[in-house]
Design a protein around this ligand. Structure first.
Ligand SMILES: Cc1cc2nc3c(=O)[nH]c(=O)nc-3n(C[C@H](O)[C@H](O)[C@H](O)COP(=O)(O)O)c2cc1C
Length: 192
């Protein structure tokens, strides 16, 4: 498969970066063709500017948006990896969706309602959280972690098979626990 990983973490020494490398190892062992879109490293501008919105509304597509959409549509499967920030994706990733998942490419409206247009076979959303699993369970906040992305964005745009993995309490993990997660992620990549 052709897999696009959209990755959003600013620190190249972060646990998320180790997770990304483990995922790549597994995906490559399985023979997938993989591209990584590292939003911070690329200096992605997450603002959908007034001029761009105006251009999109005429039916034309600004050059930088076209390039992002070419990368999106090159892939037949998508993986998103990011830390949970304020119960959601980091703003740079939210902005990537604002800019790239445009009307007539990712979805359309007509008098029948909304139609998802993305052709991807499947998507995987990998999230790390600072909070413990118990905290999210006790507060009823568990679905808030992934639903804005899994349902609100990817499902809305027509991707039927959307899975997610959440890793809790990440800042408090010991070395052994971190390694167990990295091994699990390599296996996820291998069986993707
Ligand atoms: C701006 C910001 C917002 C955060 N919001 C949350 C949050 O809403 N819930 C949570 O459990 N952790 C939150 N965290 C903690 C991060 O999710 C956690 O530190 C990260 O997933 C650990 O992975 P890393 O070591 O690769 O950064 C936040 C951290 C930052 C910097």
């Amino acid at each position: 498969m052709k897999v696009l990983i959209v990755y959003a973490h600013p620190n190249p020494q972060s646990f998320n970066q180790f997770m990304l490398q483990s995922l790549l190892t597994g995906l490559q062992e399985a023979g997938h063709e993989v591209r990584v879109k590292d939003l911070y490293a690329e200096g992605f501008d997450p603002v959908l500017h007034a001029q761009e919105l105006e251009t999109l509304q005429t039916g034309a597509v600004p050059e930088r948006i076209q390039q992002e959409q070419d990368a999106l549509l090159w892939a037949d499967s998508l993986i998103f990896q990011y830390p949970l920030w304020w119960f959601d994706r980091p703003a740079i990733l939210k902005g990537w969706f604002d800019v790239v998942f445009t009307n007539q490419v990712a979805f359309s409206f007509n008098d029948q309602g909304v139609q998802g247009l993305l052709p991807h076979k499947k998507a995987l959303v990998m999230i790390t959280a600072g909070g413990s699993e118990g905290y999210f369970q006790d507060t009823g906040a568990m679905p808030l972690i992934h639903r804005p992305v899994t349902d609100g964005t990817l499902g809305f745009c027509g991707i039927v098979d959307v899975q997610h993995r959440i890793y809790f309490d990440v800042p408090n993990l010991n070395e052994q626990q971190r390694q167990a997660i990295l091994d699990e992620i390599t296996a996820i990549g291998r069986s993707f």
